[in-house]
Design a protein around this ligand. Structure first.
Ligand code: RIB
Ligand code: CA
Length: 312
């Protein structure tokens, strides 16, 4: 059965790869793309999503812009990771189609109303748009969203504060709304995404694939990998965070998972944005989240290589 999805993202190099994997997979129908502020400012993440869909020749997929800021605190972006444009490292085409005139939550609502089947909401950036949608259209969400699959959070070490991952850091209040809404959740935390690394020699393999999409990702992944060379991360390559969500939808067997309650700390001075994962079932709170913890990296990389080759 083809999975119908809406992708809410903040491209961002790994968001761009997740988007490309969704477009390329026969197992996924990408109904709409909405953009959030996170890796870069809202206008840049919107422009990046549209440039990617132009590169992929998928201007038929509607795109709408979402939040300008997080719900409570000012926006914090990540230019040190994704560069000035948010997608540094490749010459991408300018968008050759128009953005939807409606905001993200209205495109999500329209898409859900028009779909005869339930839809999976995939979130690969801060959860602001998802939270706003759930607050404005709770009944439509319960009726037409079957699950929310998101990259974010960590069970333990963070990447933006000691115990806080970037997406949740940017908008913890939004994440708390989503985590406690009641729609089943699938979470790809840093615990799995730091195992989902692409190595430099594998990026070189992509460079040998002769089509414009692979050429673009050769540049994008080489740029993205640079930030992660700092030995403090203990990584051998670039962690492909957001693609884990799409890989799970395409082939869940690729992952080891565990169900548990996940909630978000929003008050702590040191821990605001920490995802609190009840791995040992200590709270008695409902297991609302399937957490991805292990990955078959070889299978994951093969999926990415096959995705690149599919544009030949
Ligand atoms: O912490 C990694 C997450 O933050 C990824 O989604 C990346 O794109 C950035 O948004
Ligand atoms: Ca992202």
């Amino acid at each position: 059965m083809v999975k119908k999805i809406i992708l809410d993202c903040d491209p961002g190099h790994d968001d761009a790869l997740a988007l490309t994997m969704a477009v390329a997979s026969p197992k996924i129908e990408l109904l709409a793309v909405t953009t959030s502020a996170g890796n870069q400012t809202p206008d840049k993440t919107l422009n990046n999503a549209m440039r990617m869909l132009t590169l992929l020749h998928r201007e038929d997929i509607p795109v709408a812009q979402g939040n300008q800021t997080p719900l409570v605190k000012p926006l914090e972006t990540a230019p040190e990771v994704h560069g000035k444009t948010g997608l540094d490292g490749a010459d991408l085409p300018e968008p050759d189609f128009a953005v939807q005139e409606i905001p993200a939550i209205e495109l999500i609502a329209k898409t859900l109303r028009e779909s005869s089947d339930k839809v999976t909401l995939v979130v690969t950036g801060p959860m602001t748009n998802a939270a706003l949608f759930l607050r404005v259209y709770p009944d439509l969400a319960k009726e037409k969203i079957d699950q929310i699959v998101f990259m974010g959070g960590a069970m333990g070490l963070g990447n933006w504060r000691p115990s806080v991952e970037f997406n949740i850091f940017v908008d913890p209040e939004a994440a708390k709304i989503v985590m406690n809404f009641g729609i089943p959740l699938v979470m790809a935390p840093l615990n799995v995404t730091h195992k989902a690394q692409i190595l430099k020699n594998e990026i070189e393999e992509i460079g040998k694939i002769n089509n414009p999409v692979a050429h673009a990702f050769y540049g994008l992944l080489n740029f993205f990998e640079q930030y992660h060379e700092n030995p403090k991360w203990g990584l051998k390559g670039a962690p492909l965070h957001d693609p884990c969500t799409i890989a799970w939808l395409i082939d869940p067997e690729m992952f080891e998972t565990d169900w548990m309650n996940v909630d978000v700390e929003t008050q702590g001075d040191l821990t605001r944005g920490e995802t609190v994962c009840d791995y040992y079932l200590l709270t008695g709170k409902p297991a609302n989240t399937e957490v991805l913890l292990g990955i078959d990296r070889e299978k994951f990389i093969k999926l990415i290589m096959d995705t690149m080759k599919s544009f030949n």
